[in-house]
Ligand binder design. Structure first.
Ligand code: UD1
Length: 422
């Protein structure tokens, strides 16, 4: 397995570009199968989850050209298969996002049921409930969600919780249903708006994306289009924390300011200077952070995907912080690893208490998941001595050229290839 070796202590300085949003790219790739025509996606990040989604589409019979000079070119064609295997879904849970589009296009979707994952059990009952309300007949058997519908019919769907994935699956299915669908308590994440913009360019009639009530007037057919993916707010947030934790001066070009309001507010509350530039954000740091409390919530609340990175930063704060996770049931796996580096993080249910320490020390640690892995890299950048981070395949799922971007800012980080046996 590959590892990162980080020699801590360098102050990060300079400018870094942010890539396209992972969580948007994956959904737009899936939405492309709603038409027989060609779709072109620009600013798609080159990360492992995108490659996995390309495999999911290829297994459905779709042609995907990842490196076309125009962007990612997706050609679904007239005949599409309806099955997505467990092998693919177990590599990436987000593969279930093909459920809605397949059902809308073919009237049938057979997608493997995702298992648990490192950050909790992550149910999919809301996806299923919504599709049933649209008229699908769904059975879960032999490890597959088998959904069938002669016609999908628009209706009113109220989600118990504003699930991102359920909102997206239902948005895509309802786009080609008969009549009008009203989706209440919908997720409001920027990636939902990006998906709705893309679908509208394909000919869908969606209003209200980005608010809690989305109205979808179904259409018979969608057509091909091209679209540029929005910048990744989570990557941008991670790079801002890299600047903060190394007491550096980092400009994150194309950081989507409007999507990062709460992250920026918390960084300012910690005492850092964050400047809004015409094309990004600049963080200037020279001191340890002040302690702050953070509670994650669905957008526009504080993003759960930046929680672990903030926890790493708060390890070095003056004073005690409380971090509360309200979106996922088990997303503090990184706490024990941070403690191995000298942190003082105590988990109690869905809260953690982080008592700030003056310094972290390099240690051998293991990335527990994607964002937890990034948090350990950040901690390593600030720690005294050498940190070895194992299981970095988690980090590769969602960060494009992570170590190269950090190196360009002055970090001492190398990727050590897998050791050959014998
Ligand atoms: C997406 C993002 C992920 C982010 C999360 C929350 C992608 C690929 N992933 O994940 O990075 O952390 O949004 O912002 O876009 N739930 C149910 N029933 C359901 C669906 C969800 O109970 O049918 C629960 C989940 O168990 C979880 C919570 O709702 O506790 C949030 O899940 P959801 O918003 O659906 O997140 P994802 O779409 O899986």
């Amino acid at each position: 397995m590959e590892k990162f070796i980080v020699n801590g202590g360098n102050r990060l300085e300079g400018m870094v570009n942010v890539g396209g949003a992972k969580n948007s790219a994956l959904k737009l790739m899936a939405a492309s199968i709603l038409t027989e025509d060609v779709c072109v996606l620009k600013n798609v990040p080159e990360i492992r989850d995108v490659f996995t989604m390309a495999e999911v589409l290829e297994a459905l019979g779709v042609q995907v050209d990842l490196r076309h000079p125009e962007g990612m070119v997706i050609k679904p064609g007239a005949s599409l298969k309806c099955v997505t295997s467990y092998e693919l879904v177990s590599q990436m849970r987000a593969s279930i996002i093909v459920l809605g589009p397949l059902l809308a296009r073919l009237g049938r979707a057979k997608v493997a049921m995702p298992g648990g994952c490192n950050i909790g059990s992550r149910k999919i009952d809301l996806h299923i409930m919504g599709l049933e309300l649209l008229g699908a007949h769904i059975e879960v058997e032999h490890g597959y969600i088998d959904a069938q519908a002669d016609v999908l019919k628009g209706t009113v769907i109220s989600l118990d919780f504003p699930s991102v994935g359920a909102t997206e699956n239902l948005l895509m299915a309802a786009s080609m249903a008969e009549g009008r669908t009203i989706l209440e308590n919908a997720a409001r994440e920027p990636e939902i708006v990006d998906l709705a913009d893309f679908l509208n360019k394909m000919g869908a009639r969606i209003k209200g994306a980005g608010t809690s009530t989305i109205e979808i007037e179904g259409v018979r057919e969608l057509r091909g289009t091209d679209h540029t993916i929005i910048p990744d707010r989570v990557e941008a947030g991670t790079l801002l924390v890299a600047g903060a934790i190394t007491r550096g001066d980092v400009t994150v070009k194309d950081a989507p300011i409007d999507h990062l309001r709460l992250v920026v507010a918390k960084l300012r509350e910690m005492g850092f200077t964050v400047k809004e530039l015409p094309d990004g954000l600049r963080i200037l740091a020279s001191e340890r952070p002040e302690s702050v409390d953070i509670a994650t919530l669905p957008y526009p609340g504080f993003p759960t995907d930046v929680q672990a990175q903030m926890m790493a930063l708060l390890c070095l704060a003056r004073g005690t912080s409380v971090v509360t996770e309200n979106v996922f049931e088990n997303r503090f796996m990184v706490a024990d690893e941070l403690n191995r580096m000298g942190g003082d993080v105590r988990v109690q249910g869905h809260h953690v208490t982080v008592r700030g320490v003056e310094r972290l020390t390099g240690a051998s640690v293991r990335a527990p998941d994607l964002r937890g892995g990034a948090a350990l890299v950040l901690a390593g950048l600030a720690a005294e001595g050498v940190t070895e981070i194992a299981d970095i395949f988690h980090i590769d799922r969602g960060y494009e050229n992570f170590e190269h971007k950090l190196k360009a800012l002055g970090a001492d980080i190398v990727r050590v290839p897998r050791r050959r046996r014998g």
